[in-house]
Design a protein around this ligand. Structure first.
Ligand code: NAD
Ligand code: UFG
Length: 339
């Protein structure tokens, strides 16, 4: 595979930094644009250390058109992987305008700058949340988008629509939408991982912080769902598998138009199973108690990852124990994250 020079927006964040590492390891060249609103510059220093390769970092915002124009003038890239955005579902209910501004208006500005610079190949971070509550499981790409349950989900669905319209209007555009399921885990070295600011919203970092003694106990939201053990089921995948999925997507961008892929394992695990397995494989206690359901949670969803397997030759390779051990290694070695 020839080396591709790619701009990675949001490349200092959790999924972005692991993807930048995978891109460099695959021989590609990377320019990261990140405003560091939810990330640390240190993540990219560790990427450089682990890969023994260098990357270009530009601190700035995808909504800053002048900066984007300058970036595309100074760095001739042939594609963009677009992670930058806000991602907390609960926060999006309280601050919908911030989510539409960052995720939708930000993507619009990015696409306008790309068009002006003649860059028309894009991989976009979408989410399983666009399927909505009514979609049959496992989720399949041909199922139409449903009613998103939060402004965050709506912003992802809007961007998918925006990119479809753009490709329809102009055949020089080539876009791949990646719908992630639940990424967890950390790089096998223990040097890189998820570093949420403040109280974690998501299950895995919360479990890790309870195990490390930073939080007293985990609240499991709901024990009366119509699932195997009454707790919600999700399709958790290793962040390095997800990162490798981006490399495949970049290398397999369609010659024209939009492609869409689920990136998940195809297996659903319950919250209770996650906690019990974390305790067993890492030999560390995780006190928990049951709490009322969290608004907006669906009982159970998982991916049919067959299309990504067939067309991208991608498959999740790491198992649940890998995800749980790698999370704990990162948490133990970096109790205060990248600080
Ligand atoms: P993250 O917050 O760690 O990474 C996002 C990065 O974008 C951060 O480094 C942040 O500083 C940067 N950023 C935010 N707004 C920006 C802006 N306006 N300009 C420039 N940089 C900006 O989150 P993540 O978990 O790595 O998620 C990456 C992408 O994947 C997001 O678009 C998210 O919505 C999507 N996604 C995440 C999940 C998940 O569970 N983590 C699931 C589905 C989809
Ligand atoms: N949960 C708890 N306690 C916690 C945190 C979570 O019981 O402290 C439960 C939730 O109720 C849910 C499950 O753990 O049943 C998973 O919750 P997460 O918040 O980790 O993940 P979600 O499935 O809610 O959402 C994630 C991302 C979204 C993305 C979605 C689908 O946060 O951005 O996956 O990809 F849209």
């Amino acid at each position: 595979m020839l080396s591709i020079k790619v701009m990675v927006s949001g490349g200092a964040g959790y999924i972005g930094s692991h993807t930048v590492l995978a891109l460099l390891e695959a021989g590609h060249e990377v320019v990261v644009l990140d405003n560091l609103c939810n990330a640390s510059r240190e993540s990219l220093r560790r990427v450089e250390r682990l890969t023994e390769r260098s990357l270009t970092f530009v601190e700035g915002d995808i909504r800053d058109r002048a900066l984007l124009d300058q970036l595309f003038r100074e760095h001739v890239v042939s594609a963009v992987i677009h992670f930058a955005g806000l991602k907390a579902v609960g926060e999006s209910m309280e601050q919908p305008l911030a989510y539409y501004e960052n995720n939708v208006a930000g993507t619009l500005t990015l696409c306008q700058a790309m068009q002006a610079a003649g860059v028309s190949r894009l991989v976009f971070s979408s989410s399983a949340t666009v399927y909505g509550a009514e979609a049959p499981v496992p989720y399949r790409e041909e199922t139409p988008r449903g009613q998103p349950s939060s402004p965050y989900g709506a912003s992802k669905a809007m961007v998918e629509q925006l990119l479809e319209d753009l490709c329809y209007s102009d055949s020089t555009w080539s876009v791949t939408l990646l719908r992630y399921f639940n990424p967890i885990g950390a790089h096998e070295s223990g040097l890189m991982g998820e570093d949420p600011l403040g109280l974690p919203n998501n299950l895995m970092p919360f479990i890790a912080q309870v195990a490390a003694g930073r939080r007293q106990r985990l609240s499991i939201f709901g024990d009366d769902y119509p699932t195997r053990d009454g707790t919600c089921e999700r399709d958790y995948l290793h962040v390095m598998d997800l990162a490798e999925g981006h490399v495949k997507a970049l290398e397999h961008l369609p010659s024209s138009g939009v492609s869409c892929y689920n990136l998940g394992t195809g297996r659903a695990i319950s919250v209770l199973e996650m906690v019990e397995r974390f305790v067993a494989v890492n030999n560390v206690p995780v006190p928990y108690s049951f709490a009322p359901r969290r608004g907006g949670d669906l009982p159970a969803f998982w991916a049919d990852p067959g299309k990504a397997h067939q067309e991208l030759e991608w498959q999740a390779r790491r198992n649940l124990d890998d995800m749980l051990q790698d999370t704990w290694r990162w948490q133990k070695q970096n109790p205060r994250g990248y600080e």
